[in-house]
Write a protein that binds this ligand. Sequence first.
Ligand SMILES: CC(C)(COP(=O)(O)OP(=O)(O)OC[C@H]1O[C@@H](n2cnc3c(N)ncnc32)[C@H](O)[C@@H]1OP(=O)(O)O)[C@@H](O)C(=O)NCCC(=O)NCCS
Length: 184
Amino acid sequence: MSQTDQPVFDLANGYELRPWCLDDAKVLADSCQDADVQHWNRPGRLSLDDARDRIVRWEKRWRTDKAAIWAIAEPGGGSPVGLIGLADFDLDGGSAEFLYWLLPAGRGRGAMVDAIVRVSRWALEDLGLHRLRITHSVANAASCRVAEKAGFALEGTMRSALLHSDGWHDEHLHARVQGDAWPW
Ligand SMILES: CC(C)(COP(=O)(O)OP(=O)(O)OC[C@H]1O[C@@H](n2cnc3c(N)ncnc32)[C@H](O)[C@@H]1OP(=O)(O)O)[C@@H](O)C(=O)NCCC(=O)NCCS
């Protein structure tokens, strides 16, 4: 990863995955105002400066093999409608974990399933990772369906694993490993 620029991927539904840039800082800061993103992803409150710092940090994390974070946006410099990324990279151990969210403008058209499959193909086939994880609160039915549709088998439930604003939630663990069938 550190030797190459972060790739740009076209998605089937008209969006592309591209690295975040400083011009996206306002969208990133505003995304924290979305009630669903705030509840499920727990990004905290970000000022414009915080958002800029975070985007700079993501670029460093790509360069240091720690994470790969993309904006989901209309091609040609469109404003982001979501985020997808892999974090908790363990290149030696061959694993990483997804994080993702969509703003309301990006929801309802299958963009996240498509994005997860695209990033998974890159991580497993090009980067050579062995196992990718998705975890989400058991109460987040949309995220659970997205994980299933992207071909991430449900492996179990981790009890009281994630602290949300309304208390501790049990969490589903989904994963895809090398050799699992692709949904398309
Ligand atoms: C979770 C999220 C990425 C899903 O993306 P989306 O664009 O809303 O999902 P889609 O409309 O493409 O739907 C994908 C599937 O989930 C189902 N789904 C969507 N919302 C649902 C809900 N609230 N409850 C149950 N299923 C739901 C859809 O019906 C579809 O399944 P189907 O094809 O079998 O009918 C998006 O809603 C989101 O970012 N939400 C807020 C933050 C969040 O939850 N982040 C994830 C933290 S783990």
